[in-house]
Design a protein around this ligand. Structure first.
Ligand code: UDP
Length: 335
């Protein structure tokens, strides 16, 4: 099987590539505009199973040349489309950057899928398309109310994919809740890092002050609640989607991917203090700061649909995520 993975150098894309190669011995063709540390690690270990093209997916002509080159060598069975800018606050400051990149990448890919007769796509969408929840947990029929340019770019990409499904493309859209954690030696390497768990773990190790954004939300302890899904489980949801899509058992569906369990930001901090107690740098402390713009109080998945239709069951919880990130960060220090 030949799988084209956009954004395969990024956090989720590289972890998915690793798992796909290990599980299926497939050939993965990565398209990404960046060469990252995760990509280097993948190439070091799995050179034979990987082809990498450095490309900006918004450049249609360059992308077409690459698709032509790929089609001379491989028959692509499916595309997994991870490539996107993902920082909500940045998207609000610079919406053009997000609309241009995230929407045009998807559009170009879809057009080339038709041209090169690639029948299947799995798309990484986001729970942010729901906006501020009307009810909890959020199922797939919850109204969509994307509040940031990032969220809107994901919603528009979903719409484009649905539109192109009328031309024969089969899709599965996966709406991620809060992915975190690491797999083997691959982890979150965003620059700048904005996510709770990697920032918290780094602060615990380095003895820095961690800022909790807002303690006046309408939640049990005033801090935001999120549904954290281990990257191991998230990646498995892609493997399951691949199997269902390629066999035609499930096509043209959208699924939430979370664990149906919410932790507040304060609970995440307290859980970390509890499980790492003796190892924490004594200079660590946390403070409450003002709300971060664009944060919604609660994002909590109802993931029954993916459980029922594709038998997906998450295996990991917050503690596993925290340990995996701790080990990942410690490994980096010891190198
Ligand atoms: N958060 C925080 N301090 C940080 C980073 C994040 O309090 O240094 C909070 C953030 O305000 C949100 C939650 O943690 O309420 C999850 O944020 P993250 O950026 O990890 O994911 P998001 O839900 O925004 O996709």
């Amino acid at each position: 099987m030949n799988i084209l993975i956009t954004g395969g150098a990024g956090y989720i894309g590289s972890c998915a590539t690793l798992k796909i190669i290990k599980n299926y011995k497939s050939h993965c063709i990565i398209l990404d505009k960046q060469e990252t540390i995760n990509l280097t690690k993948l190439i070091q270990s799995y050179n034979k199973n990987l082809t990498f093209y450095k490309v900006d997916l918004t450049n249609y002509h360059q992308l077409k040349e690459i698709f032509q080159d790929i089609s001379n060598k491989f028959k692509i069975d499916v595309i997994i489309h991870f490539a996107a800018y993902t920082i909500v606050s940045e998207s609000e400051a610079n919406p053009y950057k997000y609309f241009h990149n995230n929407i045009n990448s998807t559009l170009n890919l879809l057009e080339l899928m038709i041209h090169y007769e690639i029948p299947h796509i799995i798309f990484s969408s986001s729970a942010s398309v729901y906006g501020k929840a009307n009810y909890i947990p959020i199922n797939e029929s919850h109204p969509l109310n994307p509040l940031s340019a990032y969220a809107l770019s994901k919603k528009i990409s979903e719409d484009l994919i649905i539109k192109y499904s009328q031309k024969g493309i089969n899709y599965i859209n996966l709406r991620y809740f809060n992915p975190a954690g690491s797999i083997d030696n691959l982890g979150e390497e965003h620059n700048p890092e904005t996510h709770l768990i990697p920032l918290l773990v780094k602060s615990l190790i380095e003895g820095k002050t961690f800022r909790i954004f807002g303690n006046d939300f309408p939640t049990k302890d005033g801090t935001c609640i999120r549904d954290f899904i281990h990257i191991q489980d998230l990646v498995v949801s892609h493997l399951i989607s691949l199997e269902h899509l390629l066999t035609g058992k499930v096509i043209n569906e959208t699924f939430n991917v979370g664990i149906n369990k919410g932790y507040s930001v304060l609970e995440v901090v307290q859980k970390s203090l509890e499980i790492f107690k003796n190892k924490i740098n004594p200079h660590f402390k946390y403070i409450f700061d003002k709300r971060r713009e664009g944060d919604v109080p609660i994002l909590l998945a109802d993931s029954q649909k993916i459980q029922e239709m594709m038998n997906f069951k998450p295996n990991y919880d917050l503690e596993d995520i925290l340990y995996s990130v701790w080990n990942y960060e410690m490994e980096k220090i010891s190198l």
